[in-house]
Design a protein around this ligand. Structure first.
Ligand code: SF4
Length: 159
């Protein structure tokens, strides 16, 4: 017999939100919110860190998308575009495997940003844009939200 749990929409979530040690600087920084706790208890989350899944280490040099060339470059000017694309593909595969329609990803990250990204100058400047994983997920019809739009995501779940 199907359980209620199986009726819930699953959500692809940035692993760093769940306190996993995946961020570029190795610092753990979870997203604390009542909705996050509720969705976690409901078993909705499929955790993903596209950068770590692609084989990049923790810690790793910060990387940003060059707005002109669209390459992803580290602060040392190493081109990591292929790793970022591979991470995006792996995230998409997870969504397809788990029938996921929604993702909750960290804003401004070069992989996970959904409204903004850093401007490629490594000077903490933010511009309108989306990360490599977000872009690919959206191209496949997955709706991507951030920590700033939890309420909007809640409205769409289980409809
Ligand atoms: S790639 Fe995404 S999940 Fe991984 S650390 Fe960066 S923001 Fe978090």
């Amino acid at each position: 017999m199907a359980s209620n749990k199986q009726c819930f929409d699953k959500i692809l979530i940035s692993a760093c939100f769940l306190g996993e040690r995946v961020r570029y600087n190795g610092v753990v920084k979870s997203l604390v919110s009542q909705l996050i706790s509720q969705w976690q208890q409901q078993g909705r989350f499929i955790s993903v860190c596209p950068e770590v899944m692609s084989g990049l280490p923790v810690p790793r040099p910060p990387a940003e998308i060059n707005p002109k060339t669209k390459q992803v470059l580290t602060i040392e000017s190493v081109d990591v575009s292929q790793q970022f694309k591979k991470g995006a593909q792996l995230a998409l595969s997870l969504c397809q495997r788990h029938d996921i329609r929604f993702a909750l990803l960290k804003e401004s990250s070069p992989s996970c940003g959904s409204n903004t990204i850093y401007d490629g100058s490594f000077s903490q400047k933010i511009i309108v844009g989306e990360g490599i994983t977000t872009k690919l997920l959206r191209q496949h019809g997955i709706k991507v939200f951030s920590e700033l739009s939890l309420a909007q995501l809640e409205l769409l779940l289980d409809q």
